[in-house]
Design a protein. Structure first.
Length: 334
């Protein structure tokens, strides 16, 4: 389930953008992932509440995991496509395509490096080939990652640029897939086949984030909810920042409606150390243990100045407010 109060807020904040999608055909690859579920539910709710009449084709191997049941309607179809094994696959004509199909957690195949790369590239080629076949020059958004940059070794914001991208490496196929897909989207855009954009997504928090995978903030919330000590596995001086899903959806919609080849960052500039984050989550109700305080520091916080100005967006939900919302949501759901 996705938080209904937050979904209602998405409609309020993003209403003008959703109305721009009225009567369009929208394709979402990776619709059962974190970003895909939020986006799919917001679009489905806009059909019911705003009368947007958006026709949605949701691609996922797990279609039952996507929508809150009450949001399903006749405008929504599901395609349980295996992006690892594509043979002469054709998609319905679409006006807006979201490529959110890069596995990042074990349940979706995130531990299989070859599958991560192949799935991502196959999805990219499928979108571009169908756009060429239909000839309607759709807008395509590829959810890239801040991981295309090297993590900073000192506390500073990662600037919005296309030059400081990490070199391809055989050791990290998730990063390789993002770098290669950015290139494919840019090449197709330059050829006039699509209107593409590859915003780089950073870190997020809130309903839908896994509590049991590699997301530190999710692990902290899990431990707090269970009444257990919070375990900080890395250097407590390491910094991160987190954007709440209601802001994420608003920024994603803005990005696909104004596709650009300029470096685009979707994330928060609200920097916090792992030590401070653990203490904020614990609220002094559980202990915080530092397991490896001498580990190397890592800093992963984006500058979003140019992105916010170009897209006309802002961060509306603070880390403190979002944590309160998330905790209330977790108490109400299994």
């Amino acid at each position: 389930m996705i938080s209904k109060n937050d979904l209602a807020e998405c409609l309020e904040v993003s209403e003008n953008k959703l109305l721009e999608l009225r009567d369009s055909n929208v394709l979402i690859l990776g619709a059962s992932g974190f970003v895909g579920r939020w986006l799919s539910n917001v679009l489905a709710l806009s059909n019911l509440e705003l009368g947007t009449n958006i026709r949605m084709n949701l691609v996922s191997r797990n279609p039952r995991k996507i929508l809150n049941p009450e949001y399903a309607d006749k405008n929504i179809s599901f395609l349980p496509l295996d992006l690892l094994n594509l043979t002469n696959t054709k998609l319905e004509k679409f006006d807006f395509g979201f490529h959110l199909a890069t596995p990042s957690v074990p349940q979706t195949g995130g531990l299989d490096a070859e599958a991560v790369y192949t799935t991502t590239i196959n999805a990219t080629q499928l979108l571009i080939e169908n756009a060429i076949m239909n000839g309607n020059k759709p807008s395509i958004l590829h959810a890239s990652s801040g991981g295309v940059y090297e993590h900073a070794q000192r506390r500073q914001l990662i600037t919005e640029e296309n030059m400081n991208v990490a070199a391809k490496t055989l050791e990290h196929n998730y990063t390789n897939a993002k770098i290669e897909t950015e290139k494919l989207i840019l090449e197709s855009t330059n050829k006039g086949e699509i209107r593409g954009t590859s915003p780089r997504l950073f870190a997020f928090f809130g309903p839908g984030i896994s509590l049991n995978d590699h997301f530190a903030i999710g692990n902290f919330m899990r431990d707090k909810q269970a009444g257990q000590d919070i375990q900080v596995k890395g250097n407590p001086k390491t910094t991160r920042s987190y954007l709440y899903p209601t802001d994420l959806v608003n920024w994603i919609l803005a990005a696909i409606l104004k596709p650009s080849s300029e470096a685009t960052h979707i994330g928060s500039e609200e920097t916090i150390s792992m030590k401070d984050l653990a203490e904020v989550v614990s609220q002094k109700k559980v202990e915080v243990n530092y397991l490896n305080p001498d580990a190397p520091e890592s800093h992963y916080v984006p500058s979003t100045t140019n992105t916010r100005k170009r897209l006309g967006v802002s961060q509306r939900v603070s880390l403190e407010d979002g944590l309160v919302r998330w905790q209330k949501f977790l108490k109400l759901t299994p």
